[in-house]
Design a protein around this ligand. Structure first.
Ligand code: ADP
Ligand code: ZN
Ligand code: MG
Length: 467
């Protein structure tokens, strides 16, 4: 039995204005129902005009996925009634989508997977229902916000893979500056289709709608995978149904059965001309493409000598990759910059911007490299600078954290530590070489972290080796 998963992903495009009108598309923090006009409210007689910027962002994604952009694509109306859809239909592209084909490669535990893309089209979003104790409220600000829908082939074979695929897609979308693709904000949403196949034949699939976190994708698919396998194991059949997912309860919620499936009565949108993407337009978009994440990852390995793993972590977020490159420029060492960003900065990086400026970090790294302060003190200072918002080098001079590198002084401290820690000395002599680390740590403590750790280990080796 093999799990088969295909995803339908909605991505909100980061345009200034909506897909068919000039209302702001930046609805996230806007008061309800303030970003509307006759077009996005679907008033009789109002006419849509296609936002070319939205098309260009969609084309970036198509090019990055290696999809075949259709010279002519068309818009359709998908009709249904819902209180957040004042027009009574959604404008989408069903029969002639913007692009077909393409692939996205990603890694799971170091192993490369490739998922084929079936098609990609442009459509508009609906409004939002807000459920309160007194009933439902409606906010039309999101009506007409541009989306792309990306439909994959059923090439994914575990809930974990589905999650990693989505992560890779988010990384790509962010690098392309196409969308912030924040799942919590609904900028990236996913419907997941899943079946269990036997003897290589596709089984009956079920669909889980509107998954809006990576965790939800993995958990909901995990639950459904288990349910289907259990049914099949006892000879029962899987019914073609649609579920929602209750994240809090960790449970699938049955939304509709096959009999209740919608008939949307799609028909061609009569108010929009076909979308023509000329060669020239496509080439202009291609010429302005930002560096692709996998190209950047490869460059980090080649240009900076990073391991593929470190490069992979750095390119996960374009802001992180940008920051790393700024730190390299500020400190002059890619190895040092990578080490500090990966093992220190990432721990503190919670919000949208880095916890410390690249210049300030670069200066601190240079102080370690030039022997002004110890690495231990630098790390402590970093933490304090981040929590207090102060400049690290200012803290260094305020505290007098100059590196203690004086040979005689270090030897005196080391001898003291040896005398006070007979157990560790004995361990070292018995072959436990790690005991040196403990002794260096003790000496560091005695010097307030100021000592040159390299010199200290050499001195300890000399003392312990000579008697
Ligand atoms: P529908 O007609 O129900 O919308 P589609 O063929 O359009 O189904 O496919 C929708 C999504 O479901 C695609 O992402 C596709 O890869 C996936 N899919 C199709 N068949 C299966 C299957 N048997 N098991 C899992 N996923 C599937
Ligand atoms: Zn509008
Ligand atoms: Mg379909």
């Amino acid at each position: 039995m093999r799990t088969v998963i295909g995803l339908e992903i909605h991505v909100q495009l980061a345009t200034e204005t909506k897909l068919f009108c000039s209302c702001s598309a930046n609805y996230f923090a806007a008061p309800p129902n303030t970003l509307t006009c006759p077009v996005c409210l679907g008033m009789p007689g109002a006419l849509p005009v296609l936002n070319r910027r939205a098309v260009e962002l969609a084309l970036r994604v198509a090019l990055a996925l290696g999809a075949e952009v259709q010279e002519i694509s068309r818009f359709d109306r998908k009709n249904y009634f819902y209180p957040d859809l004042p027009k009574g239909y959604q404008i989408t592209q069903r029969d002639f989508p913007l692009a077909v084909g393409g692939t996205l490669a990603f890694r799971v535990d170091g192993e490369e997977h490739t998922v084929r893309i079936r098609e990609m089209h442009i459509e508009e979003d609906a409004g939002k229902l807000i459920h309160t104790e007194d009933g439902a409220l409606v906010d039309m600000n999101r009506c007409g916000v541009p989306l792309i829908e990306i439909v994959t082939e059923p090439d994914i074979h575990s809930p974990r893979e589905a999650k990693e695929f989505l992560r890779a897609l988010r990384t790509l979308l962010r690098h392309l500056r196409v969308s912030n693709a924040d799942m919590e904000k609904g900028e990236l949403r996913c419907d997941a289709n899943i079946s269990v196949s036997r003897d290589g034949e596709l089984g009956t699939k079920t669909e889980i709608k509107n998954l809006n976190s990576f965790r939800a994708v993995e958990r909901a698919l995990g639950a459904e995978d288990e349910r289907q396998r259990e049914l099949l194991a006892r000879g029962a059949v899987v019914e073609q149904v649609t579920f929602g997912w209750d994240e809090r309860a960790g449970r699938l919620i049955l939304q509709r059965t096959k009999e209740e499936a919608h008939d949307y009565r799609y028909f061609p949108e009569p108010d929009l001309v076909p979308l023509v993407v000329t060669r020239e337009w496509l080439e202009r978009v291609r010429a302005k493409m930002p560096e692709l994440p996998w190209v950047r990852e490869e460059r980090f390995v080649r240009e900076y000598g990073l391991s593929p793993k470190d490069a992979g972590v750095l390119i996960e977020e374009p802001m992180r990759a940008d920051y790393f490159e700024e730190v390299v420029r500020a400190c002059g060492s890619a190895q040092e910059a990578a080490g500090w960003v990966l093992s220190e900065i990432l721990r503190y990086w919670k919000g949208d911007s880095p916890p410390l400026s690249a210049e300030a970090l670069g200066e601190l790294i240079r102080a370690v490299q030039s022997g002004k302060i110890s690495r231990t003190n630098a790390k402590e200072t970093l933490e304090e600078a981040i929590s207090s918002g102060r400049n690290p080098m200012e803290l260094v001079s305020e505290k007098g954290l100059s590196l203690l590198a004086d040979e005689a002084e270090l030897r005196r401290v080391a001898e003291e530590v040896v005398a006070e820690n007979p157990k560790a000395v004995e361990d070292f002599r018995a072959g436990k070489k790690q005991a040196i680390g403990f002794l260096v740590g003790q000496a560091m403590r005695k010097t307030g972290g100021r000592a040159d750790a390299k010199k200290l280990s050499r001195i300890f080796l000399e003392i312990l080796g000579s008697n």
